[in-house]
Design a binder for this molecule. Structure first.
Ligand SMILES: [Zn+2]
Length: 216
């Protein structure tokens, strides 16, 4: 009797050990599945750009090198309409040689203006932000509804950017590409939307545009 009950206990003990091992194995499988799921989601599923933009605008967590000076609400150039998405970044030149980023931003802020980009990059490399990232700009015609627009100042009529503007533009576009999960194929010129010669120098010099995309 004694040895029978001893055997029974041993069998019970072994069963419990096996059950524990099975449970542990199952738990590890579930964990592995969750980790893989999160990995694929982060690699293959793009963050919702509108949620990202909304969150940024709520927290105002912009890089410190961006000078935030939003256009007054109700101004004709700030419709307040929400973007449908962020699919491309459109580069422009201001077309007004020698003007500063501040002058262009202040121009947008007048009642007489109905144009406005999200950012203006100045000749000294300063970056002024004119609109929240979840609002439509008035700069890129048929693509206002799903793009972020950047105007760049330039010293003369040729439209070539200064070195300081160029470097700041790269920094800004890099930040936007990271923020919205975009790549260099998503960086386009106003010219690519309407055929307008904007940004002039980078339309007339295709090689300079290709170089810019390589520098990103
Ligand atoms: Zn343009």
């Amino acid at each position: 009797m004694r040895s029978q009950s001893y055997n029974y206990k041993r069998i019970q003990c072994r069963r419990r050990r096996r059950l524990r091992a099975k449970l542990l194995f199952l738990l590890m499988e579930v964990l592995l599945f969750v980790v893989l799921l999160l990995f694929f989601k982060s690699v293959f599923v793009r963050k919702d750009p509108l949620k990202v933009a909304q969150q940024l605008d709520e927290t105002e967590d912009y890089p410190e090198w961006i000078d935030v000076q939003f256009i007054d609400e109700g101004n004709p150039s700030r419709t307040g309409e929400e973007l449908d998405g962020v699919n491309d970044i459109v580069i422009h030149y201001v077309g007004n040689p020698g003007t500063t980023a501040q002058q262009n931003r202040d121009f947008y802020n007048q009642a007489a203006s109905d144009v406005c980009s999200h950012f203006v990059v100045g000749m000294d490399g300063e970056i002024i932000m004119c609109l929240p990232l979840n609002e439509k700009s008035e700069a890129s015609n048929d693509r206002n509804h799903d793009t972020i627009s950047i105007e760049v100042c330039h010293p003369d009529a040729e439209g070539k950017f200064t070195d300081a503007s160029y470097q700041s533009l790269i920094k800004l576009v890099d930040w936007l590409m990271n923020t919205f999960d975009l790549d260099t194929d998503n960086v386009i010129r106003h010219y690519d939307v309407t055929g307008k010669e904007c940004p002039l120098y980078y339309v007339r010099h295709e090689d300079a545009w290709e170089q810019f995309k390589e520098d990103l």
